[in-house]
Design a protein around this ligand. Structure first.
Ligand code: APR
Length: 245
């Protein structure tokens, strides 16, 4: 007998908000304090790499500083991955490592990872918790100043899209958590899951996202509350449609 079906979960900054990490477009969010053109484009890095390093160094120090931890929403998704009878695949827009620290394994970071750096010339990706500067030598090719944050900037191609679209085309349930639905291609995943995968679609968010009407089911509230409740209902019923009860 076949199982209840695979689940794809898309997460955004809202799932990490209660862990103390700022979102981008909420009041007081990151894009109210910084211009994308100054810190999150390849042109910004070419023009003023030191300013871009300061922006990511500040965010990395907060993440590795010690008091940022996964919250109940991250832990609920890790529990879903271990307890659901079919595949659970998390594709996150976040560059923090809170999903990993909560125990999620079947996970990709489509916008890269804050605690990794990449050789701008040789392409090598290395783990990096410390600050990056324009003098930091690349550990692979030795070139000074060639290391950049392993983060996908605006205008660059998100990572592992082929694997993501394959998962969207074969899942029975697509869940979007803590994302405003403003940035593509992630904002289009719900449509892909519905059209290619005929999936049931659920939005779990603090408030309706830009793509609200695209979802068959919606629950609003703080991720640390609505995500564990949703996961518990799903695991109790072990059926996809039953999660809507
Ligand atoms: N619980 C659930 N949802 C929350 C919470 C919370 N505690 N706090 C905020 N949210 C919701 C907000 O209502 C909003 O819809 O999380 C969403 C955050 O939206 P954004 O700040 O736009 O973040 P995100 O959708 O992840 O941005 C996508 O844009 O700037 C780029 O690369 C960046 O990955 C990012 C992408």
């Amino acid at each position: 007998m076949s199982g209840p079906g695979a689940i794809v979960v898309l997460t955004g900054a809202g799932i990490s908000a209660e862990s103390g990490i700022d979102t981008f477009r909420d009041k007081g969010g990151i894009w109210e304090r910084h211009r994308i053109e100054d810190v999150a484009t390849p042109e910004a890095f070419a023009r003023d790499p030191a300013a871009v390093h300061v922006f990511y160094n500040d965010r990395r120090r907060q993440l590795v500083g010690g008091d940022v931890r996964p919250n109940a929403a991250h832990h609920a998704l890790a529990r879903l991955e271990t307890s659901w009878p079919d595949e659970v695949f998390v594709v996150t827009q976040n560059i923090d490592d809170l999903h990993e620290r909560a125990g999620s394994r079947n996970l990709i970071h489509m916008h890269g990872e804050l605690c990794k750096a990449r050789g701008a010339r040789c392409g090598v990706v290395i783990a990096r918790d410390e600050d990056l500067t324009v003098e930091t030598p690349c550990t692979s090719c030795g070139t000074s100043g060639a290391l950049r944050p392993h983060v996908v900037w605006f205008g660059e191609m998100p990572l592992e899209l082929e694997r993501t679209y394959a998962a969207l085309g074969s899942c029975a349930l697509f869940v979007a958590i803590g994302t405003s639905g403003n940035v593509y291609p992630a904002a289009g995943f719900v449509t892909e899951a519905r059209q290619a995968g005929h999936a049931h679609t659920v939005e779990l968010n603090l408030e309706p996202s830009a793509g609200e009407t695209l979802f068959a089911e919606r629950h609003y509230g703080r991720a640390s509350e609505v995500v564990p409740a949703f996961v518990e209902r799903l695991l109790a019923s072990e059926t996809i449609e039953g999660s809507g009860t």
